[in-house]
Each structure stands twice: as C-alpha cells, then as structure tokens.
Design a binder for this molecule. Structure first.
Ligand code: ADP
Length: 410
C-alpha cells in the first residue's frame, strides 16, 4: 500500500462523537511503536502498531474505530516518520492528551508526571538504566512536541508502581555507597500491568479487603509482584528487567559469578554475556526452538525432551518465585495470572500451581479450562485456601487513566 495517506483510509463512518475526549497512549520501543486512542470512559479505542522501523519493511498496521484493518508501508521510516503518520491518522479524533509508557523512571518518580524540559531530560538520562527503551521513549515525546506543541504529554513509568517497596525488598546486599551514589537498587518493571490486574482483582473478588495478591505477568517478559492493599511490596525484576523469572529469551536469575566464569573460561565480553542472557536464554535457550510458548508446547507434546524441560523449568521457577514473594505480604488472598501465557495457557497455570503444593490451593479444572482468549474470571475450587484469578491486562487503559489523573482531567 502507498506510503502517503489516502483520505479513504480515514474512518468515514466513524462515530467521532462517541470517542469523547480521547487520550493517545504511545509505547515507543526500539523498532516499534504501539498506540491506542482511548475514549474518556475507556469504552472505545482505536489501536495500531508501527513495526520494523528503520528497515525496508517498516509499516503501520492500523485498526479503525469500525474494526477495519489498514496497512501503510513506510520503507526505511523511523520513529519520526511513523509518528507523523500515526498522528495524521488520529488527528480527526481531537485527542486531548498523550500518555507515554516509559520503561525506567529511576528513583525519582513514584507516579505519572507531565512532561516538561526537566522530565524529558530525565527520561534521556535514565538511558543508563534502560539503554534500549528510554531513548526511543524520548524520541516519541519529541516527535509529538514538534507536531503538537500545545498538547499536554505525560510519562507513565513502568517502575513507578514499585516505588512503594520497602528497603528490605529494594536494596541489594552490596556496599551502601553504590546505592547512595549511583542508585543501584531494585526498581521492578511491568508496573502498570501489576497495578491494573491487582486493582481489578480487588474489584471483582467477593472477599473483603485489604487484599494481598501475588500477580504473575507472564508474557514474553515475565515478572511477579506481591501487592498488598494496592501497594507493591516486592517484585521479581530488579535494577533491570533481567532479574527474576525465566522468560521468552531472558534467563532471569543466574549466579552473578556466571559473568566472571564465562569471561575466564570462554573469554566472552561483558556485552556478549549480557546479550546471551537477554536474547538467547529462557524458553528459547533451553528448548533450542523458540521463545514462543505455543511452539515449545507443540514440540513438548510431540515428545521433544528439551521443550519439555523448558516448560518444567519455566513453571518451577514461577511457582518458586510466587512462593517466596508471599513472604512480603501480611496476608495472602490469592494469585492473579495475566500476560499472553498467564491469560491463555491453561496447562501452564496448572503446572505452576502444582509447584506450590504446600499452599492448600485447589483448582477448579473446568473453570480453568474455560479461561483463555481474553476472558476474565476465577478458577479456584470452593475449598481452596487461595483465590485464583485470570485478569487480562490492559496497560493502555491504565496509562490513559494515569495520564488523565496527572493532568487533573478526571
Ligand atoms: P509481550 O510480553 O510481548 O506483550 P504477550 O503478553 O503477548 O507478550 O505474551 C506472549 C507469550 O504468550 C508467548 O510466549 C506466547 O506463546 C504466549 N501465548 C499466547 N497465546 C497463547 C496460548 N493460547 N497458549 C499458550 N501460550 C500463549
């Protein structure tokens, strides 16, 4: 399809009146931009994805308000061009604010903040902690500023929700000066997702609060959090998103001396070790097949031994982490599963709960089997000690809500 915007792409029949005071949510990654335009009451949204940025195959996949799908190719296009096109596609809806998902907020930010010069400088400076993500977020903010200087922008940090962790959970047992002078500590990520699903679980449970939830966000990236009365008390990711659970391509926890050992034994550079742990490990590294659980599950069902081990290790490590995170909670109401794996893989949920066999958990197998493809609900048996929930995450909705709150629009 042409790279110029054909007016026919516009939603001619769109009921723009129902998309009241929409907020544009942007998630600018290193080679992609996810976007969602969300109405004030969260009931209507227009979504899309710009991908392969910088390559010949760069394109925007856009879903209109009526559900029609468009594809616009922008060969070689980078963030600036992609955002220009996205904003052209959406300007007819007169969005009133832009909320950016920003991976790292460092120690400064415990809530969403309006973008000004200082905030933008901070997002750029925190590149030291999120080298792939924060520069792309900054590009996104600047591109919107250039086109719509009047539109207020807000940054919603993935780390902010975890700023309520106490020092006992967020400090590493390493020399104090590294924390005081260089802010080396645990930050945690996936904050908007853990915040959204724990809040939602508290809304839909019959049990009176305050609630203690273990939230398991299991997607390509995976993390688990202990949330009590709406506050994160501990989480599995740390200074970077590498710590914690085994993921699609990330190892999660390994002995920190592995770096030294690989350097001595194989003369690997720190950069190579970092790339190996982030991009070649996890489900992919163990199965030797894929980072995608569906592929690994298929192979395991056909008897592939490494695929079987990859799934067993994944579930064992999630169960072990959830059990240890329960120590952070004054009381434990239940476990909430989310993310592509948590929302869809019935067998993975079962296996993880089997690992936690001392918790008095009883699964209602029929209810569990019915929870996939975006459905929300509980799957604990009546006599289970813990509640079990699947809550599909909605990070965009949460970012739009926090953006409106930061601008006092709600
Ligand atoms: P991201 O972290 O990139 O947002 P997602 O939350 O979409 O990722 O999760 C992707 C993971 O979810 C992949 O491992 C994929 O295999 C897994 N997944 C999605 N649907 C299913 C399913 N029906 N059964 C098992 N795994 C699934």
């Amino acid at each position: 399809m042409s790279d110029s915007l054909n007016p026919n792409f516009y939603d001619q029949n769109a009921e723009t009146s129902t998309l009241t005071n929409p907020t544009l949510v942007l998630n600018c990654g290193s080679s992609s931009i996810k976007y969602a335009l969300i109405s004030e009451d969260n009931s209507i949204r227009i979504t899309g994805l710009a991908e392969n940025l910088g390559l010949d195959t760069a394109r925007i996949k856009h879903t209109t308000i009526n559900g029609d799908k468009l594809e616009i190719s922008i060969p070689g296009g980078r963030h600036k061009l992609a955002l220009q096109k996205i904003l052209e596609l959406l300007e007819q809806y007169h969005f009133i604010a832009v909320g950016h998902r920003v991976v790292h907020g460092g120690r400064e930010y415990s809530e969403a903040v309006r973008v000004d010069e200082h905030v933008l400088d901070e997002v750029k400076r925190l590149k030291i902690l999120a080298p792939l993500h924060n520069p792309a977020h900054a590009l996104g903010i600047e591109a919107v500023q250039a086109i719509y200087p009047e539109i207020p922008q807000v940054v919603v940090f993935d780390t902010a929700f975890h700023q309520t962790m106490p020092p006992v959970a967020f400090r590493y047992p390493i020399p104090k000066s590294l924390y005081e002078e260089y802010k080396i500590r645990r930050y945690g990520f996936h904050g908007t997702s853990h915040a959204y699903v724990s809040e939602r679980a508290s809304e839909i449970t019959q049990t009176k609060g305050p609630h203690g939830w273990l939230t398991a966000h299991l997607g390509n990236g995976c993390s688990a959090t202990a949330v009590y009365d709406g506050k994160s008390l501990d989480t599995s990711m740390g200074l970077t998103p590498l710590e914690g659970l085994m993921m699609g391509t990330r190892s999660g926890d390994v002995d920190p001396s592995l770096h030294m050992h690989l350097k001595r034994q194989l003369d690997m550079s720190l950069e190579d070790i970092d790339a190996m742990l982030n991009k070649e490990s996890g489900l992919l590294g163990i199965s030797g097949l894929s980072n995608d659980l569906r592929t690994v599950e298929e192979a395991a069902n056909e008897g592939h031994q490494d695929a079987k081990l990859a799934i067993e290790m994944f579930c064992y490590r999630v169960g072990k982490y959830l059990a240890s995170l329960s120590c952070a909670l004054p009381e434990l109401t239940g476990i909430v599963f989310t993310g592509g794996i948590g929302e869809n893989s019935v067998t993975t949920r079962t296996r993880i709960l089997e690992v936690m066999r001392h918790f008095g958990i009883k699964v209602d197998a029929n209810k569990n089997a019915g929870l996939f493809g975006g459905s929300e609900g509980s799957f604990h048996a009546e006599d289970s000690h813990l509640e079990l929930w699947v809550v599909p995450t909605d990070e965009e909705c949460r970012i739009a809500q926090e953006t409106r709150e930061a601008l006092s629009l709600t």
